[in-house]
Design a binder for this molecule. Structure first.
Ligand SMILES: [Ca+2]
Ligand SMILES: [Ca+2]
Ligand SMILES: [Ca+2]
Length: 135
């Protein structure tokens, strides 16, 4: 059977194997941590760029409605409120899409708010339906 010498050799082999496995695992776990760190740093850098872009955009369009603060000053709309007359349609859409008054919740004065009319397919600026290509 096994001589003492063989048993010692086998034990040394097993110990060496265990050390090898431990080293590989330790090395891998260390490099995984480094990868995660790098990924986190990359993500943080991307976030910083995004935040910076958004801060920049807020400077020129505080309420992010698509109209610049400058345009809103000219129109008389609230640069800090996307929907100045609270009729359910953004200032930008009233100007560029529906041609309705961004400062009048009921542009055509028929008793129905612009947002209510647009939602149901009616023109907020007069009688009749909206043109199909608008909504
Ligand atoms: Ca705006
Ligand atoms: Ca509005
Ligand atoms: Ca109306």
């Amino acid at each position: 059977m096994f001589s003492k010498k063989n048993i010692i050799i086998i034990l040394i082999f097993i110990v060496a194997l265990l050390i090898g496995v431990w080293l590989i695992f330790f090395k891998n776990s260390k490099s995984n941590v480094a990868d995660v760190d790098t990924e986190a740093q990359t993500r943080q850098a991307e976030l910083n760029v995004l935040n910076q872009a958004m801060a920049e955009a807020r400077k020129t369009d505080a309420d992010q409605d698509g109209l610049s603060n400058e345009e809103e000053a000219k129109l008389g709309t609230d640069p800090n409120t996307g929907d100045s007359d609270h009729d359910g349609i953004l200032d930008y859409d009233e100007i560029n899409l529906y041609k309705s008054d961004p400062l009048k919740a009921d542009t055509d004065g028929d008793g129905l708010k612009d947002g209510y009319e647009v939602l149901r397919g009616y023109s907020p600026t007069g009688s009749g339906k909206l043109e199909k290509n608008i909504y």
